[in-house]
Ligand binder design. Structure first.
Ligand code: NDP
Ligand code: MG
Length: 396
């Protein structure tokens, strides 16, 4: 093995981003090594991945699955660990250069903090971390001299547009949104949509949580907050536009009015590869974009009257403090409830709005405050769901 091989820890290797990252690593074995792989409870896939990629460590969060993984990997060089604390510890390993945060939700916060404190560059897919504690994370990254390289396609697009423009002033950025599976639908229609409808995204195949977030437009709301922290912007500098074809991944407008866009077919392997290979670009054989296949690239305004979550996210961004953390926790609980058929599509926004009104607002939260806010909001939101009239949404 050459010395300039990059050792990568993939947090959430069994997920949508994680498996695509392993494809990228598999295609570039002389550049990247999967040094650590982690999963929540999918022992089966984690074992298959470990046998294929021979990582130095795997972590299975769910401790009841530890014996299964341990036994399957006995006789290999891979060490098996378990529990979330093992993830927080292993990301600091001296051999690791980049930590790809591809786990879902608030659970990504503490491992990301540990990795930054250990001086690791972060390839950030886990947008919830920046939504919850963007100020704290970006400050820590500055202190420890680490880069946060966005994996989210919109933010990767902006990052790419900004290459070579370090001293130039951004007037605004324009985040594109596909509009999700319910673009153009009315509230009357949305009241009755099921999880099966919502899980069918027109352009991207992703994990369940982000797919629901895309259907409610909360994903774009989370991305607005993510962009604020990644690019040091004010809320007024962030615009959202619906672009159903998902070819323009996002744009930057500079102070001279010039607009730069990054374009391509929707394929997460490209932003993953860009983040892992940064600052270089790697040759690949991904399918190329052809203008003749897309004679009409279209744009429309986001309907924030119907899709209230996007407006709520902007409100949280303007409010600051622990408000985005409240929104994130309430949203995680609401999405899990919707996926369990415990509440309807439109009720997800009600849960978030009530949480924003009820949980104690703090202007200057510490890490402990964020952890407490997250916990309190989850309890509050779960209680709200319990009080909702039961309806068999999955039967509609
Ligand atoms: P998936 O649900 O497909 O995968 C999540 C991964 O994280 C799995 O490996 C899962 O393990 C693991 N995981 C889940 N919960 C926990 C937990 N509590 N503790 C430890 N590990 C956990 O998600 P995605 O890959 O779709 O998304 C991952 C992140 O990337 C999200 O933050 C999402 O917003 C972001 N992202 C995703 C995009 C996409 O195209 N999918 C695009 C842009 C951003 P297990 O398999 O065992 O459950
Ligand atoms: Mg995105």
């Amino acid at each position: 093995m050459s010395n300039d091989i990059k050792n990568i820890a993939i947090l959430g290797s069994t997920g949508s981003i994680g498996t695509q990252a392993l494809e990228v690593i598999g295609e570039n074995p002389s550049l990247f090594k999967a040094y650590v792989l982690t999963a929540h409870s999918n022992a089966h896939l984690l074992i298959i991945q470990a046998l294929q990629f021979n990582p130095a460590y795997v972590v299975i969060c769910d401790e009841s699955k530890y014996p299964e993984v341990k036994q399957a990997l006995a006789g290999t060089a891979t060490k098996v660990l378990s529990g979330i604390n093992s993830i927080i510890e292993i990301v600091t390993h001296p051999e690791i250069e980049v930590v790809l945060t591809a786990m879902v939700g608030f659970a990504g916060l503490e491992p990301t903090i540990a990795a930054i404190k250990a001086g690791k560059n972060i390839a950030l897919a886990n947008k919830e971390t920046l939504v919850v504690a963007g100020g704290l994370i970006t400050e820590l990254a500055k202190q420890h001299g680490v880069k946060i390289l966005p994996v989210d396609s919109e933010h990767s697009a902006i990052y790419q547009c900004l290459a070579g423009e370090e001293d130039n002033t951004i007037e605004k950025i324009i985040l594109t949104a596909s509009g999700g599976p319910f673009r153009g639908k009315t509230s009357d229609y949305l009241v009755n949509v099921t999880r099966e409808h919502a899980l069918k995204h027109p352009n991207w195949v992703m994990g369940a949580k982000i797919t629901i977030d895309s259907a409610t437009l909360m994903n774009k709301g989370l991305e607005v907050i993510e962009a604020k922290w990644l690019f040091d912007l004010e809320a007024e500098q962030i615009e959202v536009i619906v672009h159903p074809q998902s070819i323009i991944h996002s744009m930057v407008q500079f102070e001279d009015g010039s607009l730069k866009a990054q374009m391509g077919l929707p394929d997460m392997k490209l932003p993953i590869q860009y983040a892992l290979a940064h600052p270089g670009r790697l040759k690949n054989n991904f399918k190329r974009f052809d203008f003749m296949d897309y004679p009409n690239l279209t744009f429309e305004k986001a309907d924030i009257k119907t899709f209230k979550n996007l407006g709520l996210a902007f409100e949280a961004l303007n409010k600051g403090g622990n408000m985005p953390c409240i929104v994130n926790a309430a949203n995680e609980v609401a999405v899990a409830g919707f996926l369990n058929n415990e509440l309807g599509f439109m009720a997800m926004s009600d849960i978030i709005e009530s949480s924003m009104q009820s949980i104690k607002y703090q202007t200057q939260p510490t890490l402990d405050d964020y952890l407490n806010t997250d916990k309190e909001t989850r309890i509050f939101a779960q209680n709200l769901i319990k009080q909702m009239p039961v309806k068999a949404y999955n039967l509609i």
